[in-house]
Design a binder for this molecule. Structure first.
Ligand code: ADP
Ligand code: MG
Length: 395
């Protein structure tokens, strides 16, 4: 999937018609419609979500699209253009956590979560096509869920607001899929808008659109997928969460969101050395998100490079969630013209982003590929993303 051609605004329409035509061939009738939802990149604000802090993701120009038809019974038939799982059938009445396998747990989880809310979800036929790379930290799974929830919201006439759809997909991920994720990914996918990032307060879940356009500033945002698996199975994620909870407890606050940069000196006297550095990352990262929002509004993206760099240093040195491949990607991008770069996502692998002048894009790409080869690392996947529209109906 990651080899899929970079989509353009123009390519969306013929692609949509192809998908509807393929649906008709596979299921024997035309779909009721086609809906799409994007993946996301987090511009800044890492490991701040579960500390009730701030994040700043944006919807990207890579989407999952679903063609959906309503059935007259309680059967669900699911097919993806990717992978070799073939058509999967399930019964609505048998849906429960643990009942689905592979990718089908994402659409079925959304159907389950909507039913749990009391929404009368019909049986459906569904064909999925996505150009969001899998497992690269761009949230291909939430793209699927958000496309499905948007489709079902319309088809059932449930009339859910974006915020309710965010919560339904979170319920699907947490309780049906079994992934302890927050609200960032769905919020970006459902509430994102072209040329904007989504400033999200993870305490009250309030979302605000912030102008973020790279092209007029002569910049591109490169994603460098290191191909290092970002599995959190080694307990790194859990131990970071535990450190944050300990830090908040010792500081006497509900969450690290309530600790300000000016409180860090006091914190250093109260906390052990490692916990202090974990806390310092979260506190300074929250501050960097707020500064990024301010600078984007006042000066534009060319002004946020140093904040991206500082975010990476904080994750590398204080939170210790980077890895050699991410550090090499970031350092090489910076040394070859990027104005700011950082790892993005949970850490321990996955992707880095590099905000790069258009004139330096080719040089950065070539230098990163060369540096990875020289270090003996697997070849990275490098592509541009731009802030794009959130979930919507396309046919
Ligand atoms: P991420 O969301 O960061 O990309 P996840 O592990 O959460 O990584 O989700 C990846 C999973 O999403 C895949 O293992 C697969 O089950 C599913 N998936 C994503 N895109 C597709 C697709 N086009 N077809 C089938 N399954 C997909
Ligand atoms: Mg995911």
């Amino acid at each position: 999937m990651s080899a899929a051609p970079h989509p353009t605004a123009d390519s969306a329409v013929p692609g949509t018609q192809d998908l509807a035509a393929r649906f008709t061939r596979e299921f024997g009738a035309a779909p009721a419609g086609v809906w799409q939802a994007p993946g996301r990149v987090n511009l800044i604000g890492e490991h701040t979500d579960y500390n009730e802090g701030f994040v700043l993701p944006f919807a990207i120009d890579r989407t999952a699209r679903v063609a959906v038809g309503i059935r007259q019974d309680s059967t669900v038939r699911l097919l993806s253009t990717y992978g070799d799982q073939g058509m999967v059938s399930a019964s609505l009445d048998a849906l429960e956590p643990g009942s689905a396998k592979g990718w089908t747990k994402y659409p079925l989880g959304v159907m389950w979560a909507l039913r749990e809310r009391g929404i009368d979800v019909p049986g459906i036929d569904l064909l999925l096509d996505s150009d969001v790379p899998l497992g690269a930290g761009l949230s291909s799974s939430h793209a699927i869920e958000c496309a499905v929830v948007t489709a079902l919201n319309e088809l059932t006439g449930a009339g859910l607001a974006a915020q309710d759809m965010v919560l339904a997909t979170q319920r699907a991920e947490n309780d049906f899929v079994g992934a302890p994720t927050g609200i960032m990914d769905q919020s970006a996918s459902l509430r994102g808008a072209k040329g904007h990032a989504v400033f999200l307060d993870c305490r009250d879940q309030n979302a605000t659109l912030v102008p973020f356009e790279t092209e007029p500033a002569g910049l591109v945002l490169l994603v460098i997928d290191t191909k290092v698996s970002h599995s959190h199975a080694d307990g790194g994620y859990a131990s970071r969460r535990a450190s944050c909870e300990l830090g908040a407890e010792v500081m006497g606050v509900k969450a690290l969101r309530d600790v300000q940069v000016g409180d860090l000196e006091e914190a250093s006297g109260l906390l052990d050395e490692v916990t202090f550095r974990r806390v310092r990352h979260v506190v300074t990262e929250n501050d960097r998100v707020l500064q990024t929002v301010e600078r984007l509004a006042a000066e534009g993206p060319a002004a946020i490079g140093t904040l991206l760099d500082a975010s990476h240093a904080s994750m590398r040195d204080d939170f210790e969630i980077s890895c050699p491949e991410l550090d090499l990607a970031v350092d090489t991008a910076r040394a070859n013209g990027a104005i700011g770069a950082r790892m993005t996502g949970g850490g321990f692998g996955g992707a880095a982003i590099a905000l790069t002048p258009v004139a330096s894009e080719a040089k950065v790409r070539a230098a990163v590929v060369r540096a990875f080869a020289e270090a003996g690392y697997a070849a990275p996947d490098i592509f541009t993303v731009s802030p794009a529209a959130g979930a919507m109906r396309v046919a």
